[in-house]
Design a protein around this ligand. Structure first.
Ligand SMILES: *Cc1c(COP(=O)(O)O)cnc(C)c1O
Length: 467
């Protein structure tokens, strides 16, 4: 499989190169040159497979010919071996026709582990083949950083440097990162905001000589391999509800549009998905787009669901490219306009095609809290604020005769304050994390300057190479 950029000006790459590159050189995002399509009997053959094998079978067309099925199967088995639920992605019913698929049984208790654990394996495999070493640098407001660190810890061919805004992540989120003491992991507590952290990372990547010298690489949500690794759980749920003979719909709490884009990808591959529902918090740019073709940037307001506090959903560009009939020039020009005006001018026909499949629902914090409380009272189910928004969207758009599956993206114990406020219950951390608050932490505080970050990255890479 070759990959092309949504902006049409970057070279087509293989899977391994797309994995290591992340963002295309023309600023676009990579997509498969042609989408693999599964026949009815292909889907049926996946029924009842253990999750790691299902994942490898669904991902194999994307990794070929660089990585064959047997190797990929082996990597997927390792990736999911640290999950605490035997089903990996269990599905439970909460109401009539409304189901929840839990994606939070990985090491950091958020759905990012579903893809990041596979990415860690893929990086190690490709870098070993090439006898190379890379440095992963990323900024996090919480969940992404810990998932990246868990996926990379102790790997010989990877250094990982994660910037977080000092004092601005939750204590659980900070400790999930800073209690990882392997020498290839560096946590930088930046004296600034999340935006400062993100800008600093962009500055490092923009300095091409530094980027080459340190062999910088990224695992943020625009990395194609993350999308590819998120397609299998949609397949798993749809098969459980009788696909390919029976249709199913999904509701997804959405931030950067990566998770729900994977559902779109599953549908593009032939999985019978009827309807896709976006759940937003009060940072509702996607819901405004779907209800009124109003994709306009506004400031970000903090909410109970911080992983969805976004201004721009970067993965939306991939859907836009497809909605435009894969016209890269049109996509590049719309994205340039969006950048300069803060408003995305999506052609009416493309918008109508989007709304035929997608719907959006936004909940503010008090509605989110009310949803958590009502759901718990009626069904006994404890949903974290992100998952509760997805469940509310699923209920709103559910249609008779089509099962609606809401994706649960975080364990409620990650957001104890919101859970106590809504239900009075303080959910316990699972056994493998019960001693999180007693573990030793290690991080460096650094000023929000380019020089300080570059020095820290150099030191991290040097000390890692010395080991
Ligand atoms: C990252 C994240 C989301 C948003 O997913 P996107 O792929 O960015 O849309 C939702 N919930 C949780 C808990 C997350 O960590």
């Amino acid at each position: 499989m070759r990959y092309i950029s949504t902006r049409g000006k970057a070279p087509a790459l293989s899977f391994s190169d797309v994995l290591l590159t992340g963002l295309a050189e023309d600023g676009g995002l990579y997509l498969p040159q042609t989408w693999p399509e599964f026949s009815q009997s292909d889907w049926r053959a996946l029924r009842g497979l253990p999750y790691p094998e299902l994942a490898a079978r669904v991902m194999a067309p994307f990794t070929a010919p660089d990585i064959d099925f047997e190797t990929l199967h082996d990597l997927c088995k390792k990736a999911y071996s640290g999950f605490s639920h035997p089903a990996i992605v269990p599905v439970t019913q909460v109401e009539d026709g409304l189901f929840v698929q839990e994606l939070f049984h990985g090491p950091t208790l958020a759905f990012k582990d579903m893809a990041m654990q596979v990415l860690g394996q893929l990086f190690e495999h490709v870098l070993t083949q090439r006898d190379e070493h890379v440095t992963i640098v990323g900024a996090t407001s919480g969940d992404t950083g810990s998932a990246a660190i868990e996926a990379c810890r102790g790997r010989k061919r990877l250094s990982v440097v994660i910037l977080h805004p000092k004092g601005r992540t939750s204590e659980v989120q900070r400790r999930q990162m800073t209690t990882v003491l392997e020498p290839n992991v560096t946590n930088l507590a930046v004296e600034g905001t999340f935006d400062d952290c993100q800008d600093l990372v962009k500055t490092l990547f923009a300095d091409l000589s530094f980027r080459r010298e340190m062999r910088l690489s990224a695992v943020n949500s625009i990395n194609w391999a993350r999308i590819a690794a998120q397609i299998p759980y949609y397949v798993h749920a749809a098969l459980a509800f009788g696909a390919p003979e029976q249709e199913v719909s999904f509701a997804v709490p959405t931030g950067n549009f990566g998770n729900i884009l994977a559902a779109w990808g599953a549908r593009r591959m032939g999985l019978p998905i009827r309807h896709l529902c976006v759940g937003s918090n009060r940072n509702d740019i996607l819901t405004r787009f779907l209800t009124a073709n109003d994709m306009t940037i506004r400031g970000v307001t903090p909410s109970l669901s911080p992983s969805m506090d976004i201004q721009v959903s970067s993965n939306f560009e991939r859907l836009l490219f497809e909605l435009l009939g894969r016209d890269a020039a049109a996509c590049a020009s719309i994205m340039a306009g969006f950048r300069s005006t803060g408003h995305m001018d999506v052609p009416r026909e493309s918008w109508e095609n989007a709304t035929a499949l997608f719907s959006g629902l936004a909940l503010d914090d008090s509605q989110t809290e009310a949803e958590i409380r009502a759901l718990h009272q009626k069904s006994g189910y404890l949903a974290d604020p992100h998952s509760a928004i997805g469940i509310a969207a699923g209920r709103r758009f559910r249609q008779p005769g089509t099962p609606m599956v809401a994706e649960a993206t975080a364990h409620p114990a990650k957001f104890p304050d919101a859970m106590v406020a809504a239900t009075g219950i303080h959910p316990a951390l699972p056994p493998h994390m019960a001693d999180l608050f007693e573990r030793r932490e290690r991080y460096q505080s650094v000023p929000a300057t380019e020089d300080a970050i570059k020095t820290a990255v150099r030191t991290a890479v040097a000390s890692c190479n010395a080991v």
